[in-house]
Design a protein around this ligand. Structure first.
Ligand code: UD1
Ligand code: CA
Length: 455
């Protein structure tokens, strides 16, 4: 097997009508990565010599996602066998193993694909190997009919199956390995005399048997091969994938007290010794270094969190937020395109947008970087060790020098020099006894009204 080159054909030309969504089915995300991206990732681990993605006309968005892989257009989509035939020109001259995968079966793992491929060569030369599984509910999956030797005699689609066949629990996962020398002659013989009037890839099993070839069955875990055809199945696949990601990070040394409440992205990167409290959501593009703590109810997207930094509870980190070692972002703080140096802190109720904040700077509660004038974004720069008093508005573009102090309640519109104090607010004035006199005056008018004295 090792000597054989590998080609992979990924089918994604189906209309996906059961999703009832304007987005192409295979671009629906799981853990913030399009379904087809998960399949491509599993395939990449096998290092195939050739790849062809089969699409229908008008799926430019899918073609862009899979680029630079070559795409074959199936026009119109007439079934899964017809789809594989569309890849024929793209595989001209190829004589190794061909793996056919469905882009709507996104949870497949590389190890299972390797087992499937190995079944083509071991023990004896088989023409076809089919991935099977036993779902709790066989629903609309194709049913796999075994022969007495444990090979596969045929696959019957749910719609074409009689009651007895529908009673079979073993189903077709949709993935197949086919010997390159056999695939095209087999596909050419497939007809469309079935309930859907389509050319079914599954028919090559019976055709291979007729040609005297062996068809091997390789069983996979149901969670790994569930097909996604509807929004409900997409949500089901998300649950399986989240459980898988959580398990992976727990095994890698991440502490999660309630992992079932933590939502991860396929590309989330967590170092060993990171702690994640309950109800944290990771969008795409997040990296967390060792010893950092993400407190409860934080929402993090496109952010880099340094070692031993602390985030939340109730923090929002948006793309471009970068926390240096030991930096702190506290409750109800939002940061976007804002870099905090080592040990810098913004502990309460703050918006930091388009800002560069030096090491050990302290940002008081209620500080707002006013970064947008309705047309353009502008930068705020805060030097190392600066202290920004509570409820300060920093009207960008603006710079606060290193070690400077900004008095609470200031509206800063001009640069503050290093180590200076800036006060930018109305001066406080005091009128002794004014409040008491005011109250007496008011009470006096009231009692006059009560006694009927209208004068
Ligand atoms: C298919 C299998 C079924 C199996 C199930 C597993 C066939 C005939 N049936 O059924 O036995 O249990 O998957 O999930 O293969 N596609 C094309 N061109 C087409 C039609 C489909 O590229 O003309 C692609 C789709 O985009 C999809 C994949 O092939 O990625 C499977 O098609 P789908 O219509 O979802 O097949 P199922 O009914 O799920
Ligand atoms: Ca399907």
């Amino acid at each position: 097997m090792q000597g054989q080159p590998l080609a992979v054909v990924i089918l994604a030309a189906g209309k996906g009508t059961r999703m009832k969504s304007p987005l192409p089915k295979v671009l629906h995300p799981l853990a913030h990565r399009p379904m087809i991206g998960h399949v491509l990732e599993a395939v990449a681990a096998l290092g195939p010599e050739r790849e062809v993605v089969v699409l229908s006309p008008g799926q430019e968005a899918v073609a862009a996602h899979v680029a630079p892989r070559p795409v074959a257009i199936q026009d119109p989509p007439l079934g899964t066998a017809h789809a594989v035939l569309a890849a024929r020109a793209g595989l001209k001259g190829f004589a190794g193993d061909v793996l056919v995968l469905y882009a709507d079966t996104p949870l497949i793992e590389a190890g299972t694909l390797r087992r499937l491929r190995a079944a083509l060569h071991d023990p004896a030369e088989a023409g076809v190997a089919v991935l099977t599984f036993r779902p709790a509910d066989p629903a609309e999956y194709g049913r796999v009919i075994l022969d007495p030797e444990g090979g596969i005699a045929g696959i019957v689609e749910h719609r074409d199956a009689d009651r007895k066949t529908r009673g079979i629990g073993l189903c077709n996962a949709g993935m197949m390995a086919v010997a390159g020398a056999r695939i095209w002659p087999l596909l050419e013989q497939v007809g469309n005399a079935n309930a859907k009037g389509e050319y079914y890839l599954t028919d090559i099993v019976a055709l291979a048997r007729k040609a005297g070839l062996k068809v091997a069955a390789v069983e996979a875990a149901p969670e790994e091969v569930m097909g996604v055809n509807s929004q409900a199945e997409l949500a089901g696949a998300e649950a399986v994938l989240q459980a898988r990601l959580r398990r992976r990070w727990l095994e890698a040394g991440v502490t999660m007290t309630a992992p079932e409440t933590v939502w991860l992205s396929a590309d989330t990167r967590l170092a060993p010794g990171v702690t994640i409290e309950p109800n944290v959501i990771f969008g795409p593009g997040v990296t967390v270094d060792e010893g950092a703590v993400i407190h409860a109810f934080s929402h993090i997207v496109g952010a880099t969190i340094g070692a031993r930094a602390s985030v939340g509870p109730f923090a929002r980190l948006r793309p471009g937020a970068a926390l240096g070692e030991g930096a702190r972002i506290g409750n109800f703080v939002e940061a976007k395109n804002a870099r905090l140096g080592k040990g810098a802190k913004a502990n309460h109720l703050t918006y930091l947008g388009d800002a560069e904040i030096g090491a050990e700077a302290n940002i008081g509660a209620g500080t707002i970087t006013c970064n947008y004038d309705g047309f353009e974004k502008a930068e705020t720069e805060i030097g190392a060790g600066a202290f920004i008093g509570s409820n300060t508005a920093l009207v960008a573009p603006v710079k606060v020098g290193a070690g400077a102090i900004v008095a609470a309640g200031s509206v800063i519109t001009r640069a503050v020099s290093p180590d200076a104090l800036a006060v930018a607010r109305g001066r406080q004035e005091e009128r002794p006894g004014w409040a008491k006199a005011f109250r007496e005056r008011k009470r006096g008018t009231k009692s006059q009204r009560r006694t009927g004295n209208k004068d």
